[in-house]
Design a protein around this ligand. Structure first.
Ligand code: AN0
Ligand code: CP
Length: 317
């Protein structure tokens, strides 16, 4: 593995999940692997889980870690080619990324979409420029279109909790939100589920279809009640429209996940990447009740990151 930006960078998904589960059993088993090496974590957007779990994973592997909130603590970045920098941007991404590559052996980057232009966001311009100019392996901490560390932790969590002896049914269900959110988490979850040994259904109101390439192999069911029938896992997430790019199309009344909706499921476990809006995306009763896996899921972010960092370190030896 050279970079970790999507499921397509993973040669063997099942083996990576197994590696993460082994890390969970013995977190310090490879504590010499990162000795003398440095991981840089660059944030252009806020984070709680990704920031802390990736630091913890790195420390478990003996890596040094440096964290920078580039949006607040760095110079204003220019990302366009060939511009005269006589405006507000102070430093070009070409130099900034190349300089960070001088200090780090692996660089993690969080860079959300702006949700203004589909073409700009889906070109993954900032992520690709980091890959081009740093000269070191890049670890996505959520990019414009994907969140692969989250998706790996999600698959690890499903693997731990799945029923014995049959393929689990996993349902991704859209939920309401007050702010237009990226499609990165659902895109990424969908492409990982399509690569995993699960029956995968996506449900959302009309107009919230994800970009096709992420959902190939999934069943799309617009009726949430039908979709949830016999589910083993329900993955709740809001996203803004891809078609009418970055827009909120309706208030989504009736789409919040509640205990009542679990009745025709297989006593489904409920997941969410967090942060979650209580009483809007998910009811309090679910989050505080026995079917919620959200805390275990967030806990698994450490071992997902650790399995990926281990592979990046081994491949760069
Ligand atoms: C972000 C998103 O939906 O992509 C980060 C989730 C991990 N969520 C919010 O901005 C609330
Ligand atoms: N789930 C997740 O990535 O959370 P943070 O945005 O807090 O890192």
């Amino acid at each position: 593995m050279k970079n970790y930006t999507s499921v397509h960078d993973v040669a063997d998904v099942a083996a990576l999940v197994k590696e993460a589960l082994e890390m969970k059993k013995a977190p310090l088993a490879h504590k010499e692997l990162g000795t003398g090496k440095t991981l840089g974590l660059i944030f252009l957007n806020p984070s709680l889980r990704t920031r802390l779990s990736t630091q913890k994973a790195a420390l478990n592997l003996g890596l040094n870690v440096m964290v920078m909130n580039l949006d607040k603590e760095g110079w204003a970045l220019e990302t366009q080619e060939g511009v005269v920098m006589n405006g507000t941007t102070v430093e070009h991404i070409k130099e900034a990324a190349a300089v960070m590559g001088q200090y780090c052996d692996i660089l993690g980057l969080r860079s959300f979409p702006k949700l203004q232009s589909k073409e700009e966001d889906y070109s993954e311009d900032i992520l690709n420029k980091f890959i081009k100019y740093t000269g070191v392996p890049i670890l996505s901490l959520e990019s414009a279109t994907r969140h692969p560390l989250q998706s790996l932790a999600d698959l690890v969590t499903i693997t731990e909790h799945k029923p014995e002896g049959r393929r689990p049914k996993v349902v991704l269900t859209w939920a309401p939100h007050v702010k237009p959110l990226p499609q990165a988490v659902p895109n990424s979850f969908a492409e990982w589920m399509c690569a995993a040994d699960v029956d995968f259904v996506i449900t959302h109101p009309e107009g919230y279809e994800l970009e096709n390439s992420f959902t190939e192999g999934a069943t799309i069911e617009y009726d949430q009640e039908k979709a949830l029938q016999d589910a083993d896992f329900i993955y709740v997430k809001n996203w803004s429209s891809y078609k009418e790019y970055g827009k909120i199309l309706s208030d989504g009344e009736g789409w919040m996940m509640t205990n009542e909706k679990l009745i025709n499921t297989n006593n489904a476990k409920v997941m969410h990447c967090l942060p979650v809006r209580r009483g809007l995306e998910l009811s309090d009763e679910i989050l505080d009740g026995p079917n919620s896996l959200v805390i275990q899921e967030a806990g698994n972010r450490v071992y997902a990151a650790q399995a990926v960092l281990k592979q990046l370190l081994e491949n760069s030896k």
